[in-house]
Write a new protein. Structure first.
Lengths: 1128, 136
């Protein structure tokens, strides 16, 4: 198919055909179209082009009718400018040709007749020209398309970037371009943005950033190419929110002189980054505050300091008017313990809060609820709470509970007074963390306080304890040292504490040489075995006094390989002395008993007394028949002094001894210097350092004769105590016994009596001493003994009622383990109804208006049952009289209560049973006495019957009660004799036969013939009771059997009826008093309700057994057995 | 005093006591000395059977009785709206302080101790129930 079409136009057909043939010849590939007029030419052209043909060339004649060649070409040019136009004409006017050249871009003018060769070249050239034009046009189109596309891209990009882009034209003061992001941010249309110009920003810019914005624009004028100005400022967006923008301003267009014409601004929305930055800074700030607060909490153990710091920090951080910490004591009651406050407000520190409005909301804080009220008038608060807040000038408040271990310890509250305030989440979170830290601190401080207090208690206990409480440390490769010694050390060891702490060896230096080795061995043994150190030893104090000490210490191994002993040392000298004394007394008694020679016997007595009366020096002077003194025994008195009295006659003024013997009475010389009876011997005594002397005459057995004098000397001036006087007197009696026994062998009997007396006396005294000694040694274990071993339940109880320490008895009493008890309060253990009286007494204890109290109350056992107890309670106070804790003692009186209840019930029943017949008698006789029935004998008779029946009943009852009481109290001596069993059975049956007959009841007897040792009447009474019961409860015309048989060593009686039987629940109690199955049975059947109780008592008195077996509806068998072996 | 007035004054009392003798004595005493109309019942069960048959002015109730005791019967009377308004007086030989405490706790109108004076017991009852003795 031809690629190109060439159109030839001429009104002369010949010319056209020639032209076509020539063209076909030269351009066989082309299609040659012809047209004979201009109009036809245009039609062909249009048709060909419509077919998609390419027409590179039109050759047109000039002279044609209708439309001339120039007109045609101009028209073609207008329509299809790319087509090459050639004019072929015989004659043409120059103006017409010029017109075509000018207006139709004529390619070639050819004149007729044409040279075929020229035509060929012209056409070839023209087509090439067309092809070139087409190529250029094509390239241009491609270029235009590219340009369009890139413009599209740029636009797309600028519109779609999140950054704001706008171009500001300085001359027009208009934003000539703004991208979508810009329009979107501000919510304006293109036109609005254009018109607003810079006002778009200045109007919406944050007031404090406006200068930054303007400065950013101004600096643009100095920018070089490629440079930009960076500014950050806030603008308000379409929603009214502030947005942070980071803007790069650059020069977009300059004038030829270099001045800036347009500015391109690219702004990035950095609000999120700013927010993150802000949060970060805030967070840093928060963590710093938290860290500061917590570290101050950690550093300080003073609670007040901690909470003071906390409230200051919080107020500083939140910038509020007041921050307080409220300590919750009771629910909703408590005290403001810390406050940081604006000067203009009224301080609340120390204020006690117990407002009901406040109480109403306290329970929410228990659950950890935080209350953040931005404005109390807008929050929906209860009226009373609102009132409460207004009273404290609170407009907005944030209240965070301080909770430790699920317990509300207090509240941390921040408040503003005038303006509302919004509490931000992060602020709340921070305050919450602070509150948690404060909770820990408050708890720690409380613990610390408790520790201090308990340490203080221990120290005070240790301080007042007569025992030395100590802690000894043995570090590896170091000598022993004291870590702690209580103040009793000074008294016991007679050393200063400082000295002993400095150098442990002072302890060793004190030890009696004989005891040193064993002491060391005991210590080494305890260290090696880790068994308690328990040892007694002697020390010699700096003044030469010997003391017996006893220590008990528990070793505890240390991580470093060392050992710590905690223990007590007690001065047991008194006990040791008592032991020695006992030994000496025994020796002395055996001397006397064995009739040893007099002198050693008396010397032994003197030793004994000297041991008793520390510091005393004793002597025994005998008196001969001529009343002369004979110095006889005194192991300790200087011989030069003692012998002086030899041969001196007794009498007034012959020292204490001579005078005592003379006066026949005890003579006490407290001060030898001043006593006139010592006038003659004073100097001698004083020379021997003797300043006091007490003398007791020694009498003969019949008190007639003074046979000697017992004297005691002291180196200091002193008077005897009652005890000492009694000792001297005893000594004199003892000496008298020894002397008389020795002098007169016939009065052994009397001596023995005296010895017994003496021995008893000494024993008594010793036992008193031992008791005292025991009490003393108990001191060291005061708590352990009093607490642990006492049968009563004991507890130390905090003022709040928390059990602090409990003993085993209390645990057993209440059924809890020790650890369980320590978890609960005393109130929880108390029966609810008994709580109020107890609390009242406790308050009086704390207040000190009562020293101790005793209360009968009910406690609740772990199993839930109720125990009746006597609670004795007292309070322990510190040296400032502040109550520290209670000591409570609980005694279980449940059994006693139960007994009382049973007793009361019994009395109630007896009283009731006695009053009932009495009521009938009193009533009947009362009515009769008035005479209302004088005219009505039948009524009178009924009343008399009532009185008579009930009198009988009353007397039966009284008899039965008395019988029973006699039997049970053992007052009734059953007169025992040998009885033939068959006789007893006969008697019993005889006595009930009549009532049996009345009811037509047959009694079948299976007797045996055996003799028993018993009170016949009582056994008959028992049988009669059981038989009459059987008859009473049997149906009419039934049978009763009385069976007797031997079972092993017993004789067994069994009475079986066919009556209604006894319900199983009564079988246990039926032998009790007034325990009839049916109370009215007793009256109807004429019983007192005591018959079976009497039977039981009788049988028990015979060492027998009684029991019942019964089936409801079938009958009962009452049996008793008596041992056959009992005989006279 | 006209006849209507007298008939208004005649009280109807129900006596519940399991002791035949005592019941007879009370009945005789109250009929003779107060002129009241007395209906005896030998047990709580019998008493409960007839308690709704009449508009009782009061019930005298023994405490210690077999089967249903006086306390139980009282509780049953209290539980029934028809009978709970009838004043009840316990007539009992249980006179220990602990018994008395128990009675006073349950809201009984009064307690008369056995033995009682048959000539004056009606006055005692009247006093407990606030009946004017002079007008009777």
């Amino acid at each position: 198919m031809a690629k190109y079409t060439i159109l030839c136009v001429d009104d002369e057909r010949n010319v056209l055909l020639t032209l076509r043939s020539q063209l076909i010849r030269h351009f066989p590939d082309y299609k040659i179209e012809i047209a004979e007029s201009g109009i036809e030419a245009l039609e062909v052209l249009q048709k060909e082009l419509a077919k998609g043909k390419e027409i590179p060339l039109v050759i047109a004649d000039q002279i044609m009718p209708m439309m001339k060649g120039d007109e045609l070409l101009i028209a073609i040019h207008a329509l299809y400018p790319a087509i090459i136009k050639v004019m072929l004409t015989g004659q043409a006017r120059a103006d017409e040709v010029g017109n075509v050249v000018n207006c139709a871009n004529l390619y070639r003018f050819m004149s007729k007749p044409w040279n075929e060769m020229d035509l060929q070249l012209t056409i070839t050239e023209a087509v090439r020209r067309y092809q070139q034009d087409q190529l250029i046009a094509q390239q241009q189109r491609a270029l235009e398309a590219n340009l369009q596309q890139s413009q599209y891209f740029i636009k797309k990009i600028t519109e779609s970037v999140p950054n704001l882009l706008y171009i500001f034209d300085i001359a027009q003061q208009s934003n000539i371009y703004a991208n979508y992001a810009t329009k979107n941010l501000f919510g304006y249309s293109d036109d609005e943005i254009r018109q607003l110009g810079l006002k778009l920003f200045t109007d919406n810019c944050h007031i404090s950033d406006r200068h930054k914005f303007e400065e950013g624009l101004q600096r643009c004028s100095n920018l070089k190419n490629g440079e930009f100005v960076e500014t950050e400022y806030r603008v308000k967006d379409a929603q009214g929110q502030w947005r942070w923008l980071l803007c790069h301003n650059t020069v977009f267009l300059r004038a030829d002189d270099g001045t800036v014409k347009q500015i391109l601004s690219s702004c990035q929305d950095i609000s999120d980054r700013k927010l993150a930055e802000k949060n970060l800074i805030k967070q840093l700030l928060y963590s710093r505050i938290l860290e500061d607060a917590i570290s101050s909490i950690r550093d300080s153990l003073s609670l007040q300091e901690i909470i003071d710091i906390t409230v200051c920090e919080v107020r500083d951080f939140l910038k509020v008017d007041r921050v307080v910490i409220f300590k919750n004591e009771l629910d909703g009651e408590g005290i403001i313990i810390a406050e940081s406050i604006d000067d203009a407000l009224t301080p609340l520190l120390g204020k006690q809060l117990s407002d009901s409005g406040f109480k109403a909301c306290i329970h929410e804080y228990h659950q950890g609820k935080i209350q953040a009220t931005a404005d109390i008038y807008l929050a929906e608060l209860s009226d009373c709470y609102l009132k409460f807040l207004i009273e404290f000038q609170i407009r907005a408040n944030l209240v965070v509970p301080i909770i430790y271990n699920h317990q509300l310890i207090g509240l941390l509250s921040a408040q503003t007074s005038a303006a509302p305030r919004v509490w931000k989440d992060d602020e709340i979170a921070l305050i919450k963390k602070l509150a948690d830290a404060v909770a820990i601190a408050m708890h720690q401080a409380q613990l610390y306080q408790q520790i201090q207090q308990s340490e203080q208690q221990l120290r005070s206990l240790a301080h007042v304890s007569p025992a030395v409480i100590f802690t000894i440390i043995k570090d590896p490769d170091s000598p022993l040292r004291f870590d702690y010694i209580s103040s009793a050390f000074v008294k016991v060891h007679e050393l200063s504490i400082h000295e002993a702490i400095q150098d442990f060896t002072v302890i060793f230096q004190q030890i009696h040489p004989h005891d040193l080795r064993s002491f060391q061995r005991a210590g080494e043994l305890s260290a090696a075995t880790m068994e308690p150190f328990f040892h007694s030893w002697r020390i010699i104090t700096s003044v030469g006094k010997t003391k017996w000490l006893e220590a008990n210490a528990q070793p505890i191994a240390q991580v470093n390989g060392g050992i710590i002993w905690h223990g007590v040392t007690v001065d047991v000298s008194d006990r040791k002395e008592a032991e020695e004394l006992l030994e000496a007394q025994n020796r002395w008694l055996s001397c006397v008993a064995l009739n040893e020679p007099l002198k050693p016997t008396l010397e032994l007595l003197i030793d004994l007394i000297e041991l008793e009366l520390a510091g005393g020096i004793c002597s025994v002077l005998l008196i001969d028949n001529r009343n002369r003194l004979i110095p006889y025994a005194s192991p300790s008195l200087p011989i030069s002094f003692f012998k002086v009295s030899d041969g001196i006659l007794i009498g007034e003024g012959v020292g204490s001894c001579g005078t005592a013997a003379f006066r026949r009475e005890l003579v006490i010389t407290s001060d030898i210097t001043t006593d006139p009876i010592w006038k003659d011997f004073k100097n001698l005594a004083l020379a021997h350092d003797l300043n006091a002397c007490w003398s007791m005459p020694i009498f003969s057995r019949n008190q007639e004769k003074v046979i000697g004098v017992f004297g005691i000397y002291y180196s200091e001036v002193r008077s005897p105590s009652n005890r000492e006087i009694s000792i001297i007197k005893t000594a004199a009696i003892s000496a008298g016994i020894a002397i008389e026994r020795h002098l007169n062998a016939e009065i052994i009997q009397s001596q023995l009596q005296q010895e017994q007396f003496l021995y008893q006396h000494l024993q008594n005294e010793l036992s008193d001493r031992q008791k005292a000694e025991a009490m003393l040694s108990e001191n060291e274990e005061l708590f352990r003994r009093a607490f642990e071993d006492t049968a009563a339940g004991m507890a130390l109880i905090s003022l709040e009622g928390q059990l602090l320490q409990v003993n085993q008895s209390l645990c057993e009493l209440l059924g809890y383990s020790e650890s369980e008890l320590l978890e609960i309060t005393f109130q929880e253990l108390t029966f609810a109804e008994d709580l109020v009286p107890q609390l009242k007494l406790v308050e009086e204890l704390i207040a000190g208006t009562r020293k101790t109290f005793q209360l009968e109350k009910r406690c609740i056992h772990r199993q839930g049952n109720i125990l009746w107890v006597i609670l004795s309670m007292s309070v322990v106070r510190d040296k400032d009289k502040n109550a520290l804790y209670f000591v409570g003692q609980i005694q279980d009186i449940t059994t006693r209560h139960e007994l009382e209840r049973i007793k009361e019930e019994f009395i109630s029943v007896v009283s009731h049973e006695l009053r009932t017949p009495l009521t009938a008698i009193r009533g009947a006789l009362g009515i009769l006495t008035t005479g209302v029935y004088e005219q009505r004998p039948e009524k009178s008779k009924r009343m008399l019957e009532i009185a008579l029946n009930n009198s009988d009943r009353l007397s039966r009852l009284v008899n039965d009660i008395l019988d029973l009481e006699r039997l049970e109290s053992g007052q009734s001596n059953l007169s025992m004799s040998t009885c033939q069993v068959s006789n007893l059975l006969e008697q019993a049956i005889e006595s009930v036969q009549e009532i049996a007959n009345q009811a037509d009841i047959k009694i079948e007897l299976f007797p045996i013939f055996v003799e028993i040792w018993a009170c016949g009447d009582a056994i008959v009474q028992t049988l009669t009771n059981l038989l009459s019961n059987a008859i009473k409860f049997s149906n009419v015309s039934s049978e009763i059997t009385l069976n007797v048989k031997l079972v092993a060593d017993d004789i067994c009686f069994a009475i079986t009826d066919q009556g209604q039987g006894i319900p199983p629940e009564y079988l246990e109690t039926i032998f009790g008093r007034f325990q009839q199955v049916d109370i009215s049975d007793a009256r109807q059947k004429g019983g007192s309700g005591l018959g079976l109780a009497i039977c039981k008592s009788i049988i028990h008195q015979h060492s027998g057994k009684i029991w019942v077996e019964s089936t409801l509806g079938k009958g009962s068998t009452f049996s008793f057995s008596l041992p056959l072996s009992i005989s006279p | 005093m006209d006849i209507n007035c007298i008939s208004n004054m005649i009280k109807h009392l129900l006596i519940v006591d399991d002791d035949d003798d005592i019941r007879d004595v009370i009945q005789a005493s109250l009929e003779e000395f107060a002129g009241w109309n007395i209906t005896p019942a030998a047990s709580s069960r019998e008493g409960l059977n007839i308690v709704k048959s009449k508009d009782w002015d009061a019930i005298l109730l023994d405490v210690s009785m077999p089967d249903i005791d006086g306390l139980t019967m009282f509780a049953m009377l209290q539980a029934d709206p028809i009978t709970q308004t009838i004043p009840v007086i316990f007539l009992t030989a249980k006179v220990l302080p602990s018994d008395r405490r128990r009675f006073s706790e349950i809201g009984v109108m009064g307690v008369i101790a056995k033995p009682f004076n048959p000539v004056t017991i009606w006055k005692e009852i009247s006093q407990i129930l606030g009946w004017h003795i002079s007008s009777i």
